[in-house]
Design a protein around this ligand. Structure first.
Ligand code: SF4
Length: 383
């Protein structure tokens, strides 16, 4: 089908839903400058100021034991492997949480593998204990595939599992494990994980319970451009079904597949060929295809500072986290690293005003003594 680029961009500027076919036509035919212009204009409708948000949080892993066998993952170990672990409060969490609070952060991003023996009770007890030790800690934890895995182990429902986790202290659910939602792709790259429909159903259930979530896309492996567009359409459909008083997906974060040493690269010959230009186009397309999601995050961790800065002129309004520890994408070659000073400088250098936020995308003041604390803790981490 031959569409008119300018008519489609006008439609996008009116925040109307473009079909997957219309999105595909724009993605494959519109000049990058036009996509950037429209992505930026839509961003200004949602966030009509120059502030670019960022967050201080700590990524920690509950366990690296996993039976899902995703072909892009270097992080997991099979049950019984010498290097497998289950993190304990004393050895694994306390120091990290103390450091996070010292840095001015308040959130633990907690993820792990599909451990065959860790059911709902394990996570309920873990969340309760963390919250009793640190009442101000925010838990941004697990993700739809882990919820689906626990639901299966318990022979329960998504709602029941999420309600129990919320009661135990879960504050928000990351959009992890979306990859590409089409099941043709999932069968080839992550067939041990939940299917695309179940991923979306978990998010629907979370929104029913007013648990805030985010959405993601890992692209640039074996998917088609059409499958990327259908991914957008599926996400915004779930967002449009959320209860009116629920926030639903607070943000969308796309990132390119990191291929280093992955089975997906060895067996399927999938390579990370995403250029800076393609990533910027994907950020603009995220704005165009997701008019009902307010925040779009540029993944500096995977694309680096310069490309992420350009994304701020193409529709992104969030720079994500200084991510004190991240083990899954960094195990596959994502090497970029920011300090809190560095992330603020990168935002300022791109022409915007850095604004610290929390996981609910509410603004937070920088602690007045934070600068010295940051220097102290960063030195401590380096040492
Ligand atoms: S990406 Fe997650 S679910 Fe997949 S193998 Fe790695 S740890 Fe398991």
């Amino acid at each position: 089908m031959n569409y008119n680029i300018s008519a489609l961009l006008q439609k996008a500027l009116r925040l109307e839903f473009l079909s997957a076919e219309e999105g595909l036509f724009l993605f494959e035919n519109a000049p990058t400058t036009q996509l950037m212009y429209v992505g930026n204009a839509i961003k200004k409708l949602h966030v009509p100021h120059q502030k670019v948000t960022w967050i201080i949080d700590r990524n920690s892993n509950t366990t690296n034991v996993c039976i899902a066998n995703c072909k892009f993952c270097n992080f997991y170990r099979r049950p019984g492997h010498d290097e497998s672990y289950v993190t304990t409060i004393e050895e694994g969490y306390k120091q990290k949480i103390d450091e996070t609070f010292a840095l001015g952060g308040e959130q633990l991003l907690l993820q792990g593998g599909h451990h065959p023996d860790l059911g709902l009770n394990y996570y309920v007890e873990l969340f309760k204990e963390l919250k009793s030790l640190y009442p101000n800690l925010k838990l941004h934890a697990l993700g739809p595939p882990e919820i689906a895995h626990i639901t299966k182990l318990e022979q329960s429902t998504h709602i029941e599992v999420l309600q129990a986790l919320k009661d135990a202290g879960l504050d928000s659910l990351p959009g992890a494990g979306a990859e590409i939602l089409d099941d043709r792709v999932r069968r080839l790259i992550s067939k041990g994980k939940c299917g695309g429909q179940e991923w979306l159903d978990v998010m629907r259930a979370a929104h029913q319970l007013d648990i805030t979530t985010s959405a993601t896309m890992m692209f640039g492996h074996i998917e088609t451009n059409m499958e990327r567009m259908e991914h957008f359409v599926a996400l915004r459909q779930v967002q449009s079904e959320k209860p009116t008083n629920a926030k639903g997906f607070l943000a969308f974060i796309p990132w390119p597949f990191m291929d280093e040493d992955t089975i997906l690269k060895k067996i399927k010959r999938a390579r990370n060929q995403c250029t800076g230009d393609e990533y910027v186009r994907m950020i603009a397309m995220s704005r165009i295809m997701l008019p009902n999601i307010v925040n779009i995050q540029a993944s500096w961790l995977t694309v680096g500072k310069a490309t992420a800065q350009l994304c701020l002129h193409a529709g992104a309004n969030d720079f994500g986290s200084i991510m004190i520890e991240e083990n899954v994408v960094s195990a596959a070659g994502a090497a970029f690293r920011f300090t809190s000073d560095g992330i603020q400088k990168a935002i300022s250098d791109a022409g915007f005003i850095p604004q610290l936020r929390n996981q609910q995308y509410e603004y937070r003041d920088l602690p007045s003594n934070m600068k010295q604390q940051v220097l102290d803790v960063e030195k401590m981490l380096v040492d």
